[in-house]
Design a protein around this ligand. Structure first.
Ligand SMILES: *Cc1c(COP(=O)(O)O)cnc(C)c1O
Length: 475
């Protein structure tokens, strides 16, 4: 009786797959278990072996050379374990030139904010009044600082701006209507889509006007006794140009007052200083929004405020108090570490030293001459070290604020362009990401571009080390 050859082949091929124990012993011999706990290495190995088994079963015609298969699997296991050991959060050098880079954790914190997190990590007077020995309320200092920078009557903090918007809509408009311009039904990275936020808040969205033009009369025409609020949102990371008409926030606030309808303003970035000081003249500040008369303005803590992930709502006392009594807030409130970091960040703003102490603002305001000097030093060091392998050149670049603020506005910057004679730009960039402290860079015209505006001066050595490592391996 003839037995189909595949049936003979398959089990023998599968037998070439080594056991989890054997593979783990192999990676241990290679010294790879020093940086990753064994159970996590085992998990990576098991996943790899499962993939190998499936691959073999899926391609029965493939010739089976047991030895080669085994060696290939052991090599793949080394890579898999190394990769698995790198999945934790590690600090990276942001050489992309995008200052508020959401994928890289948005705002790097001020030193004082980091110290405040450390202090708050122990027992603290989070909800405890030290003078009376009684229960106190959370985040009083934060609230005072927020009132100071915004000029508002009330302020509260949430886990992020999306939470602040959700809380405002749910508090003011559950079961009722909110009027908003069609041009502002935005989606922001990470699937924050305003229409869906409306739905989850339990409010009904009434879109007025058109994508590019909405007039005050459009809002007026939609207001009825079912209307609970008017909402206006920053366009964030997109821009409508050309034949465009928008209603001024002040005019909207006046309409709201006339009709007895609160106005919610989602500002997005949240600037708390004169934007002209950081080259962003024309961007609306938190205080300007409050002065324009909106009932509640919401911003992110980790965009241009330069603090931790948080949402901030400032506005009329009774509106903020109602939001504060909403049971949803218990689920949306920030953690103590966030409050500590936010408090320290806001103190820099209140004391008027944010452009020197808050990294995001310091980077935006950094004079270009200093960046050019650092770029020259870096380029020279690399050219001296790798005369035949690579070339580094000082280049003019354009940085961006990121985080949805001023998307069309670039900031003149300087960096270096590195080209390797043996590696493609993509390969070089990938090796820079593989450095002990990964360096994240752009590529263009087969060169790697490292923008120094988003790199702290003390990190220049990390760039040198990463390029050294990448080119050293290429020899
Ligand atoms: C960034 C942004 C949000 C979301 O803020 P998170 O703090 O990330 O939740 C909402 N609205 C606007 C206009 C934004 O720019």
């Amino acid at each position: 009786m003839a037995v189909p050859s595949d049936d003979m082949n398959e089990p023998s091929k599968l037998k070439a797959i080594p056991s989890v124990d054997l593979v783990l012993r192999h990676v241990e011999e290679q010294g790879l278990l020093r940086t990753i706990p064994r159970p996590m290495a085992a998990r990576a190995v098991r996943a790899l072996l499962r993939r190998e088994r499936e691959r073999m079963l899926a391609s029965p015609d493939e010739a089976a050379d047991g030895e080669a298969l085994r060696a290939g699997i052991l090599r793949a296991a080394e890579d898999a374990v190394v990769r698995a050991g790198r999945v934790g959060l590690v600090p990276v050098v942001n050489a992309t030139g995008i200052i508020v880079h959401t994928n890289l954790g948005r705002a790097p914190l001020a030193e004082d904010a980091v110290a405040a997190i450390q202090a708050a990590a122990a027992y603290s007077n989070l909800e405890y009044d030290l003078s009376t020995g009684q229960r106190g309320s959370r985040g009083l200092l934060v609230r005072d600082a927020l009132l100071e920078i915004s000029g508002a009557e009330g302020a509260l903090v949430t886990n992020n701006n999306a939470a602040a918007v959700l809380l405002a809509l749910n508090t003011l408009a559950e079961g009722r209507e909110v009027v908003i311009s069609r041009g502002e039904l935005i989606e922001i990275g990470g699937s924050f889509r305003l229409p869906e936020v409306f739905e989850r808040s339990g409010s009904r969205m009434v879109a007025v006007g058109t994508t590019n033009r909405t007039r005050l009369s459009d809002y007026e025409g939609a207001i009825s006794n079912r209307t609970a609020a008017i909402m206006t949102a920053h366009w964030s990371n997109y821009e409508i140009v050309g034949f465009v008409e928008r209603v001024d926030v002040g005019d909207l606030a006046a309409l709201g007052r006339r009709c007895g309808v609160p106005v919610i303003h989602d500002l997005g970035s949240g600037i708390a200083l004169d934007p002209a000081r950081i080259g962003l003249a024309g961007e609306m500040t938190i205080a300007e929004s409050v002065r324009a008369g909106v009932s509640v303005a919401t911003v992110s803590g980790d965009k241009l405020l330069g603090g931790p992930q948080a949402g901030i709502a400032v506005g009329e006392r009774d509106v903020i108090e109602r939001m504060g009594r909403n049971p949803l807030l218990r689920a949306l409130r920030p953690c103590k570490l966030t409050l500590a970091a936010l408090e320290a960040t806001l103190e820099h703003h209140v004391r008027g030293r944010a452009t020197s102490e808050v990294p995001v603002l310091r980077m935006i305001a950094a004079p270009i001459e200093g960046l050019r000097e650092r770029a020259s030093r870096l380029a020279e060091a690399l050219n001296v070290r790798w005369p035949s392998l690579a070339s580094a050149e000082v280049v003019d670049l354009v940085s961006h604020v990121g985080g949805g603020a001023a998307p069309e506005r670039g900031i003149a910057s300087v960096g270096i362009a590195v080209a390797s004679r043996s590696l493609s730009a993509g390969e070089l960039a990938s090796r820079l990401r593989g450095a002990d402290t990964p360096v994240i860079a752009r590529t263009k015209d087969d060169r790697v571009l490292l923008d120094l505006r988003t790199v702290a001066a003390h990190q220049d050595d990390l760039i040198l080390a990463a390029v050294d490592g990448a080119l050293g391996d290429a020899t």
